[in-house]
Ligand binder design. Structure first.
Ligand code: CA
Ligand code: CA
Length: 349
């Protein structure tokens, strides 16, 4: 005997509805709406902390949203999410959450990478912490500095050719500024301009996308320069072995002197300054505002660049390797490179 077709359809719909109800807990729809609402608040700095705590309390679905936020374009959202995931991993009250958070953090760490400039082998490499090369630009001659841009491109300082270029992942040049005299460093600024240490041109210049010089400071031998959050510019001046901070008018507002082969310089979040002494110094030092050395990594082989990592470790580009040191200056990571002149840690996105 055959049922009329409409009865079969009705029975199938009823069955589907019943089975859906039987597998989902009451309130699940409400909970998922809550996850969505909290995730939507992550863009608001005032609500971010509360939203993350709330997501952490909403089980695996909430934690997955935190995992997504760890890879956000916006650094502030990403770093808050990473900190929250680390907090969950360290909270022993919920063993299932700890396990999930640790797996998530491990996967994220595996996707973070170092951008390494190898001056001897003419390569710019993207290398993960497990030592896997995930991208490589070859035949990059006379390159001293490279930085990975959020758009996936690479800003490259071609020391030997006297120019700074932006290349895409297929090595195509999308932007360039030439007529430089052996520049050593460049930084892409938030406004889209590029800050260049035109070392043998004895100047630091800020150039626009259209190639206009917007700002400059002269009569120095800059090996590295970076624009600080307060708008000033931090410069290592190789001529005088000094580090200076200049304001928008070029006035020196802070200065430390007498360093041996001063090279790379970074202002740290704690207000201290990280200095790489390439030649006679062979060391990386962290100094406070008055120049007192509060941290030091000694006996390096011709270091050119050092960066402080978000976890407090320090990565250094040396002749022969890229190395990471912990807060006791003990070596915790080593990667062989012919001659690393620049390294930048990039978080997974
Ligand atoms: Ca640096
Ligand atoms: Ca660096």
């Amino acid at each position: 005997m055959q049922f009329p077709t409409f009865l079969c359809v009705a029975a199938a719909i009823a069955g589907a509805t019943l089975s859906a109800q039987s597998t989902s807990r009451p309130g699940a729809a409400k909970k998922s709406a809550h996850v969505e609402r909290m995730a939507g608040l992550l863009g608001d700095p005032d609500s971010r902390g509360v939203a993350l705590r709330s997501l952490a309390s909403l089980g695996e679905a909430g934690r997955e949203r935190i995992a997504t936020a760890m890879r956000a374009e916006d650094d502030a959202i990403a770093y808050a999410a990473i900190a929250e995931m680390r907090r969950i991993a360290g909270d022993p009250r919920d063993r299932k959450a700890v396990k999930h958070a640790k797996t998530t953090l491990k996967k994220w760490e595996d996707d973070c990478y170092y951008l390494i400039t190898d001056y001897s082998d003419n390569e710019i490499l993207r290398v993960t912490q497990s030592g896997q090369v995930i991208h490589k630009l070859t035949e990059q001659y006379g390159v001293w500095d490279a930085e990975a841009l959020p758009n996936g491109n690479t800003l490259i300082v071609e020391f030997a050719l006297g120019r700074v270029v932006e290349r895409d992942k297929n090595d195509k040049i999308l932007w360039e500024f030439a007529s430089l005299r052996n520049p050593y460093a460049a930084q892409r600024l938030a406004n889209g301009n590029t800050l260049i240490s035109d070392t043998y041109g004895n100047r630091v210049i800020e150039v626009t996308k259209a190639g206009q010089i917007d700002w400059q400071i002269q009569d120095i031998k800059p090996l590295d320069a970076e624009r600080l959050p307060n708008g000033n510019t931090l410069i290592s001046d190789g001529k005088a072995g000094r580090i200076i901070e200049v304001d928008g008018k070029g006035k020196v507002v802070w200065e430390l002197g007498n360093y041996q082969g001063v090279w790379d310089v970074d202002r740290l979040e704690n207000g201290n300054t990280l200095i790489t002494q390439r030649k006679a110094g062979h060391s990386v030092i962290e100094v406070d505002k008055k120049g007192n050395v509060v941290f030091e990594i000694k006996d390096l082989t011709s270091p050119s660049d050092a960066d402080r990592l978000p976890n407090g470790n320090t990565v250094v580009a040396c002749d022969g390797a890229v190395e990471v040191f912990d807060q006791n200056a003990d070596l915790v990571w080593h990667y062989d490179v012919s001659w690393a002149v620049e390294v930048n840690w990039m978080r997974a996105r």
